[in-house]
Design a protein around this ligand. Structure first.
Ligand code: SF4
Length: 251
């Protein structure tokens, strides 16, 4: 018989519709069998104990990125975090940092999606549409491999020390850089060099402090700092090419 163990879940609660209230922890005592995830427990609390508890979830398979939160101090997906994996019987759940909280574990992702949209995260082509698919070699696919794995969970955004300086930092965040680099490196993409201008300033890739917290936080082993450095290199290269072209024209 599978033995259940007692756990205490402390969940940070807040309702932005009631700004007069202060954030505070609600405590739930739950018996958990091995194999249960933090998300399973959250669903149980909401369905059986406290219907007012708010959180996001969808796929339950670490694919949709909806259930990112802080779990015992670490940013991760609730659906892939096993309760029994902790060497403590107290699990503390908090919303993603660097976002405004809407309610409990639900944050306002608007700034995240605004930056995502700004980098045009899709293939841009000017050549005629091919009759069949656009093939890629194995090497070409490998170039974008880690970036394709990004599920837009925003753990990197929550871990970013530049964004932690507050809304005035106005920084694009690591995930937008990942998406832009994913398409810049894609052999099928034909966006012009000038498409990088959208993140070529002090609010864009140059704002990154290269502290690598985003890499530590990513549950899909994506390395956002690699994307940021890659974009910086491409921008410097574009600038040199422009200067060289100008010098040649003047000669
Ligand atoms: Fe999430 Fe990683 Fe993508 Fe950032 S890079 S949004 S942490 S999957």
């Amino acid at each position: 018989m599978i033995k259940a163990s007692a756990y205490t879940f402390k969940i940070l609660r807040y309702d932005a519709m009631k700004p007069e209230s202060s954030p505070c922890f609600s405590t739930y005592k739950i018996r958990v069998i091995p194999g249960l995830t933090v998300l399973s427990v959250l669903i149980r609390i909401r369905d059986e104990i406290d219907g007012t508890l708010s959180f996001r979830s969808s796929c339950r398979s670490a694919v949709c990125g909806s259930c990112a939160m802080v779990i015992n101090g670490k940013l991760d997906l609730a659906c892939r975090t096993q309760v029994a994996a902790f060497d403590t019987d107290t699990i503390i759940l908090e919303p993603l940092p660097n976002f405004e909280v809407i309610r409990d574990l639900v944050v306002d992702m608007t700034p995240f999606w605004t930056m995502y949209e700004k980098v045009q995260p899709y293939l841009i082509r000017h050549s005629p549409v091919p009759e069949k698919e656009l093939p890629q070699s194995e090497a070409e696919r490998l170039r974008i491999d880690q970036y394709v794995n990004c599920i837009l969970c925003a753990c990197c955004y929550g871990a970013c020390p530049v964004l932690a300086r507050g809304p005035d930092s106005d920084y694009m965040g690591p995930a937008a850089a990942v998406k832009l680099e994913r398409f810049v490196l894609d052999s099928r993409d034909e966006r012009p060099a000038g498409a990088l201008d959208v993140v070529n300033d002090e609010k864009g890739v140059w704002a990154c402090d290269t502290m690598f917290h985003c890499i530590d936080a990513c549950p899909k082993d994506v390395r956002p700092t690699d994307a940021i450095v890659g974009l910086r290199k491409a921008m410097v290269k574009n600038r040199f090419q422009k200067m060289l072209g100008k010098a040649k024209n003047e000669a």
